[in-house]
Design a protein around this ligand. Structure first.
Ligand code: B12
Length: 380
């Protein structure tokens, strides 16, 4: 029996659906695209900040065939992670931390990779051909590939927007040697809307469709090691891991539904955790709270750093006791953030007394600098 081409594509789509994917479409992997040049410009302008891996993999990342010359087609998969609650509501609760929606459930990397591998095995057994699977961490530009396959289009916030799932869609891809029939590409349908650009608390979009990661709260709270530059700290508010502002205001979200995949639903403990509890996490408690969750990737010290900036922005003097205790933390990045938080919560007189008592004994240069530069603010 011969299988017609569209039967093959339809069978792959059906299998993807069974495996829990919400979208599955096909693109040519070997056609040229403008994304290569744009990636080069982005890196030349330094917009990747300290994500050195973007620079070191730039050549392979520029195009699917630069990474794997055998790639002919891409199967691009989407998984809906739409929240059931208003993602921005927690921003109005300054004594609680805002963890971005993508990180409130299980780690999507593990989940999607497992399913991509299952789909790849199924495809190989049926249709043969070499294939490779990708989700997030490999040097493949997933958003332009998803746009080409027609899952949606890259919106002004640079993420892929879907007519069905709004801005809440994870992406994963399988590259294959098979010649699959491509679907029509997505067409940009943002109209004159600039809600995402205006919503960004740090002005991270130098122009529509372009992001300067160095100003993006997602980059600052997740990717950046060491102290977050002082100018951004007040703008973080209570965002302690990632940021959803540009995604959450996208009007296309009105068509979105709650994630079908239960593992991606928000864990109760991560919807709006109290800062006072997060500031008390030691390494073991951190790993237990964030088991199988993306937050664990940044480690306890960077996380508590973020929590302390939120404590400093909380306007709650009662939280100063937590920051005071963390002045003795072994991690310099935590001690430095504790200094900043205290400069925002204590009265200027109290802070000056503390500075006089503690700063001279600080051996770490970066933390000593925090003591020097801290400017106590009277009351928020
Ligand atoms: C590096 C990275 C980041 C960095 C940089 C993000 C960025 N926009 O570059 C940081 C840490 C900031 C980040 C943050 C987030 N990320 Co991220 N990230 C990636 C990663 C690994 C690579 C992205 C990349 O290639 N950037 C390089 C630049 C050059 O690409 P670009 O922004 O797409 O640039 C395009 C536009 O600027 C456009 N362009 C440039 N000039 C012009 C001019 C015009 C006129 C036009 C029309 C277009 C245009 O062309 C460029 C090429 O396509 C991908 C996974 C992957 N392997 O692809 C995930 C990925 C993009 N991230 C993802 C997510 C979920 C997030 C966050 C939402 C997480 C969060 N809640 O905190 C935020 C969103 C922030 C934002 N608005 O982008 C998802 C996005 C899913 C989707 N629906 O799009 C991805 C695809 C991971 C996945 N597998 O699901 N991320």
């Amino acid at each position: 029996m011969t299988i017609s081409i569209s039967e093959r594509e339809e069978a792959i789509r059906a299998e993807a659906r069974l495996l829990g994917f919400d979208a599955c479409r096909f693109a040519r992997a070997d056609a040229p695209w403008p994304a290569s040049e744009r990636l080069a410009e982005y890196i030349a302008a330094g917009r990747h900040g300290e994500m050195d891996w973007m620079e070191t993999t730039a050549e392979r990342r520029a195009h699917p065939t630069a990474m794997w010359p055998g790639a002919r087609s891409a199967v691009v998969l989407g998984m809906n992670y739409g929240p059931e609650h208003d993602a921005l509501a927690v921003l109005g609760e300054p004594d609680r931390g805002a963890i971005s929606v993508y990180a409130q459930g299980d780690d999507y990397h593990e989940l999607i990779k497992k399913r991509l591998k299952a789909l790849a095995r199924w495809m190989q057994a049926r249709y043969g051909g070499e294939l490779k699977v990708f989700v997030d961490t490999a040097p493949l530009m997933e958003k332009p590939l998803a746009e080409r396959a027609g899952l949606g289009w890259q919106g002004r916030h640079t993420n892929l927007v879907s007519r069905e799932f709004g801005s809440w869609l994870f992406l994963g891809s399988i590259l294959t040697e098979l010649e699959l029939t491509p679907d029509p590409a997505g067409e940009e349908t943002c109209g004159s809307c600039r809600a995402c650009l205006d919503a960004c608390p740090t002005g991270a979009f130098p122009a529509p469709f372009q992001l300067d990661a160095r100003r993006c709260i997602s980059y600052l709270t997740i990717e950046l090691k060491g102290p977050i530059p002082r100018e951004f700290r007040p703008l973080l508010g209570n965002r302690i891991y990632g940021c959803d502002d540009c995604l959450a205001v996208c009007p296309w979200n009105k068509f979105a539904s709650r994630a079908r995949e239960q593992a991606l639903h928000a864990r109760e403990a991560l919807k709006a955790p109290a800062l006072v509890e997060l500031a008390r996490l030691d390494d073991a408690a951190f790993r237990a709270l964030f088991a199988k969750n993306p937050v664990k990737r940044i480690g306890r010290d960077s996380f508590v750093r973020n929590v302390l900036y939120a404590v400093g922005n909380s306007g709650r003097p009662a939280l100063a006791a937590e920051a005071r205790r963390l002045l003795d933390d072994p991690a310099p990045v935590v001690r430095g953030a504790a200094v900043w938080a205290l400069s925002r919560l204590l009265s200027p007189a109290e802070f000056e007394a503390l500075r006089a008592a503690r700063a001279p004994a600080e051996a770490d240069l970066a933390v000593a600098q925090e003591w020097r530069l801290a400017q106590p603010v009277p009351a928020l």
